[in-house]
Design a protein around this ligand. Structure first.
Ligand SMILES: NC(=O)C1=CN([C@@H]2O[C@H](COP(=O)(O)OP(=O)(O)OC[C@H]3O[C@@H](n4cnc5c(N)ncnc54)[C@H](OP(=O)(O)O)[C@@H]3O)[C@@H](O)[C@H]2O)[C@@H](O)CC1
Ligand SMILES: Cc1cc2nc3c(=O)[nH]c(=O)nc-3n(C[C@H](O)[C@H](O)[C@H](O)COP(=O)(O)O)c2cc1C
Ligand SMILES: Cc1ncc(COP(=O)(O)O)c(C=O)c1O
Ligand SMILES: [K+]
Length: 528
């Protein structure tokens, strides 16, 4: 039977998207966002599929913001069966799965609770594999910059578990006995990882876990006192809950975060906390197929994916506290282009996504402003270059008023760069050369798109694209349309901004000054 399933799945891998492989008809659409459904519900052209796939990382993180009703939930028996199958015919070892499960838990925690605010973690580990996941998660959390503590009162005398304990001891992670633990956990910890029981839990919790569960339950009484309490993160099952019927008497723990592994178990339907994540990115298609699992794709290289709705937030409370090294006048380059290159190199080294994306602002003769993102395609002493359509809105505005501003924001580095100046078209040869360096699809796209004009529907673009794709399928040169080319902004003003604590940011402005007939850049610090 397994070989049949494997065979079937191989055939299905021709479908392009992970976890959408059941059959074309069952892609009956699990995920709510409108555009996702519309992409899949109707026949799609090759262009549609290709363009979707090239963006699939970002798309999949959007798809995961789905309706929980559409995700599969497992019964206790199914969870145990999947476990056995993974570790039997599918060739996994328990160590491997536990490592991936624990890593998923640690990455889920790190997505929501930053170590700068939530550093002290207590992992309360039970005797089974759920406890093992907790031990692994504690180790990863240590490496992520948290300060984990472990309470592991019923140690399992197996090499896997003693190895995990040794690894934690080698990192000087403290092990606390139940007697060492304060009765009130709220003062000493920011995060409590509930790794006591997973899907093999049955009956009523026995000592010492009954008492430990009770200590987690008690924390909610602090909610009324508005005292800050630690958040509870449950691995796979909130411990003490019935695996299928959840918190039967309503007096169990109420985790803030639940990290379901492999697929959520039935009790997860009753989870009311703010953050439900799925981890365990190891489910092979045979399992998904056999259990008809509808699971969201994991974004990019992530080990976890949010399922269910993201928490409703009060937007006014969203803020970051920037912590950066000092950015001082003595350290900067005298030439702002050199300084820009230095920061650009830092953005590259920090592996930021599209560090060359910049907001371009223009204004027509009526003085009305408009902004949009464009990609920087070159920078030198002559200025900053990007490419676009010469009949677009920005092009019209630039023809009326050849002044613009550029804005870079490098989020991971707490840095922003503003540049203002005058704009000219680049030479035809330069545009010609750049145009032919682009992927052929983008060259055709530039011909198809009468940028900023109204189109009756996406199908019109597809149709024209496909006609041109056919026309140039012999690999012949795709001529650059006359309406497509580059602009160069010659800078007259720069500002380099770096975020600092209490909003006392660094701002160094470069403005040109003539001294003895020579142009030099004057550097001023501006108030934040
Ligand atoms: N693919 C997967 O599925 C993966 C699964 N993974 C993880 O494994 C978890 C399941 O692990 P598991 O089977 O070891 O069971 P788990 O729930 O941790 O505990 C069993 C222990 O608890 C005990 N116990 C039970 N009831 C009790 C009670 N009332 N009061 C006191 N003790 C009680 C029981 O003792 P017993 O009753 O047998 O004497 C036994 O010692 C799963 O949820 C997930 O976290 C990942 O690591 C990898 C991928
Ligand atoms: C990250 C990013 C990069 C972009 N890069 C370019 C670009 O290099 N050239 C371009 O014409 N449009 C680019 N666009 C699309 C523009 O933002 C904009 O939609 C388009 O140029 C039309 O703008 P307009 O109607 O104001 O002229 C980019 C969009 C994003 C989000
Ligand atoms: C409409 C448009 N033109 C041009 C570009 C720049 O793309 P490329 O890097 O292929 O030149 C982009 C990038 O997003 C774009 O959206
Ligand atoms: K648990």
């Amino acid at each position: 039977m397994w070989s049949q399933l494997v065979h079937k799945t191989r055939r299905m891998t021709c479908f392009l998207l992970p976890y959408y492989h059941n059959s074309p008809s069952t892609t009956k659409l699990i995920f709510t966002p409108h555009y996702a459904s519309s992409v899949f519900l109707r026949p799609v052209s090759s262009l549609a599929v290709r363009s979707f796939c090239s963006k699939s990382g970002a798309m999949s993180s959007l798809q995961s913001l789905q309706n929980l009703d559409s995700v599969s939930f497992l019964k206790q028996r199914e969870a145990a069966e999947i476990d056995e199958t993974l570790m039997g015919p599918l060739g996994f070892s328990v160590d491997q799965l536990m490592e991936l499960a624990g890593l998923s838990v640690a990455t889920s925690i790190a997505e929501v609770y930053k170590p700068t605010e939530y550093s002290r973690v207590l992992a309360i580990c039970g005797p089974g594999n759920n406890g093992g996941d907790g031990l692994v998660a504690a180790r990863h959390l240590h490496h992520f910059g948290y300060k984990p503590f472990v309470c592991y009162p019923k140690r399992t005398p197996k090499p896997l578990y003693s190895g995990l304990v040794t690894q934690l001891e080698s990192l000087s992670v403290p092990f606390l006995s139940t007697e060492d633990l304060p009765l009130d956990l709220s003062k000493d910890f920011d995060i409590l990882v509930d790794a006591m029981f997973g899907f093999s839990f049955h009956g009523a919790p026995r000592p010492p876990f009954d008492d430990l569960i009770q200590r987690l339950v008690c924390l909610h009484s602090n909610d009324q006192t508005h005292q800050k309490r630690p958040v509870i993160v449950s691995i796979d099952i909130p411990s003490g809950w019935h695996v299928e019927e959840a918190d039967i008497d309503g007096e169990g723990i109420k985790p803030d975060m639940l990290v379901s592994l492999t697929a959520p178990k039935l009790c997860a339907k009753k989870f009311c906390g703010s953050h439900h994540f799925l981890g365990g990115r190891f489910v092979p298609p045979v399992i998904a197929d056999k259990y008809k699992l509808h699971l969201p794709p994991y974004p990019g290289t992530s080990m976890c994916v949010r399922i269910g709705k993201p928490p409703q937030v009060d937007i006014s409370t969203l803020r970051e506290n920037y912590i950066s090294p000092e950015f001082l006048e003595e350290q900067v380059e005298s030439d702002p282009i050199d300084q820009f290159r230095k920061w650009f190199d830092d953005a590259m080294a920090a592996d930021l996504r599209e560090p060359n994306a910049m907001a371009l602002s223009t204004a027509g003769k009526d003085g009305k402003l408009s902004s949009r993102m464009v990609l920087l395609k070159g920078v030198d002493k002559d200025g900053f270059v990007w490419y676009t359509n010469y009949e677009s809105r920005k092009a019209r505005e630039l023809s009326e008023n050849p002044c613009a501003s550029l804005l870079f924001y490098w989020e991971g580095l707490n840095r922003q760069v503003r540049i203002e100046g005058s704009v000219q078209k680049v030479s035809d040869e330069e545009s010609e050369q750049y145009f032919h360096s682009r992927p052929r699809g983008s060259q055709i796209g530039a011909i198809v798109s009468k940028q900023s004009s109204v189109v009756p529907g996406r199908h019109v673009l597809y149709q024209q694209y496909e006609e041109l794709e056919e026309k140039f399928s012999d690999g012949s040169v795709i001529p650059k349309p006359a309406h497509w080319g580059g602009y160069r902004l010659k800078p007259k003003l720069f500002e380099f901004w770096q975020g600092q604590q209490s909003r006392l940011h660094d701002r160094l402005q470069y403005s040109p000054q003539e001294i003895d007939g020579k142009l030099v850049w004057k550097i001023d610090r501006l108030a934040p």
